[in-house]
Design a protein around this ligand. Sequence first.
Ligand code: CA
Ligand code: CA
Ligand code: CA
Length: 211
Amino acid sequence: MRRKLSLSVLAGAWLLATGAHAGPVPSCFGMDATLVGSGKIKGTPGDDVIVGSSGSDSINGAGGSDRICALEGEDSIAAKNGTARVDGGPGEDRIRVKAGGSGGNMVFGGDDEDTISFDSGGGGGNTIDGGAGGDKMKLKNGGSDVVMGGDGDDEIKAGSKGAGSITISGDEGNDEISFKSGGGGNSVVGGAGTDWCKVDDATNVDCEILD
Ligand SMILES: [Ca+2]
Ligand SMILES: [Ca+2]
Ligand SMILES: [Ca+2]
């Protein structure tokens, strides 16, 4: 059988071969990595599957629908213009996603105190989950998004220009949530802990209201 490896896979394989074990190619959101590295990692204008290192990485997807798994360390992650799937992993990560507007983005801060800024570009059906730790999330949502603070005292600033129900949950911890809706039918729930909310319009609100 013929096996064909793309250039980017070869680049990743080279990096893997330098380790003690040249094990299988790591995966990210169910796909084999096309790029594996540490430190500063830059993707291509196309769709990349990038896996970082246990150290602090600076990963730039450089456009396209990228899957980025930064693993441990205090990582800085940027993705733009496509549908992004990003997992910061453990460590205090800084994640910036400016999506292309097709929706269906997935952003996970993972453990520890992450800073997430997300712009849906108008597309809906996105999932943004801060994970454990007190996260700071600044979100321009699309319709039908699911936003979770996860454990810890989270600060969630969300807003949507599009119609469609958005579900925001602070989860455990004392959370602060502000939400500007683009239409009705939204849900803002603080979850366990003492939570504060500032909402302009939501059908289901369960938290202490801030004026
Ligand atoms: Ca890392
Ligand atoms: Ca993290
Ligand atoms: Ca959290």
